[in-house]
Design a protein around this ligand. Sequence first.
Ligand code: FAD
Length: 282
Amino acid sequence: METKFDCVVIGAGPAGLSAALNLRQRGKTVLTVSGGESLLAKAEQVDNYLGLPGLTGKAMMECFTDHAVRAGAEIRAGRVGNVMPMSGHFLVNLDGEILEAGTVILACGVSRAKPVPGEADLLGRGVSYCATCDGMLYRGRAVAVWGLCEEAPREANFLAEIGCSVTYIAAKRPPELRDDIVFLAGRIEAVTGSSVVESVRVNGADVSVQGLFILRAATPPDALVPGLALKDGTVVVDAEMATNIPGLFAAGDVRGKPLQVACAVGDGLIAALSAVDYLDRW
Ligand SMILES: Cc1cc2nc3c(=O)[nH]c(=O)nc-3n(C[C@H](O)[C@H](O)[C@H](O)COP(=O)(O)OP(=O)(O)OC[C@H]3O[C@@H](n4cnc5c(N)ncnc54)[C@H](O)[C@@H]3O)c2cc1C
């Protein structure tokens, strides 16, 4: 499978698909990674997108996806765990597989989640957002998985398969969870440890673990890319959708209000043109 691209687009919502379409129309190689359903799929009816009134969000997403795929966009299901800016290119960790990209477009939507106490302090010291990326570090250890997205049971099963002792926390036990995974109904209230993760608090009780995998539908953007500039939780971009990191662009809800389809599609176009310009200058 190809691992080197002119651009990796993270997110296959309206912003990511618009970016992918426009990159393909300019002859660039692009991989679009989809971590799950776009937020738009939840919309009952969209009436403010020019030319396509009255569609359900799902129908609109099908229309966008179809168009991008017909233009040659490759969409791969998976989660990007992190993006490492190197000199002149990027390494993108997609479920543990390392991809190389000349440019990256962040189109990963909003992360509405409020971090739990201890999460930010212990990030990279036992707290992780990607089991398939970091799981090997926890082989043979006790870990907790907080399942907040549809791929979470698959990632928890992977951790159990590689020899972790897994406790899965969610509102209800997913049917596909392996039998040897302990299930706790509830939510994580805090993660604690003096320098590394030592325990998680669930329903007021401390559970002793060495790792916590928080698997949300959207990862906070600064957890994806070290050194990324944010303001009020959203990515800071200029008029070209360029972030503070050369070659890295952001589009759609991830870069802030208004959180609307038309803005996401427009941002995706601008980010794609800027990425093309950046690639052609290098
Ligand atoms: C109920 C509802 C109704 C709405 N109605 C309207 C409306 O009527 N009109 C309107 O204009 N807007 C509406 N919106 C808003 C609209 O859906 C968003 O503005 C739009 O979807 C933003 O597009 P996006 O591409 O930026 O992000 P999203 O559509 O959120 O897509 C982001 C994608 O990135 C993926 N992703 C995140 N992290 C990763 C990762 N680490 N690796 C791989 N993939 C990742 C996610 O799985 C997701 O597929 C509505 C939203 C909701 C929830």
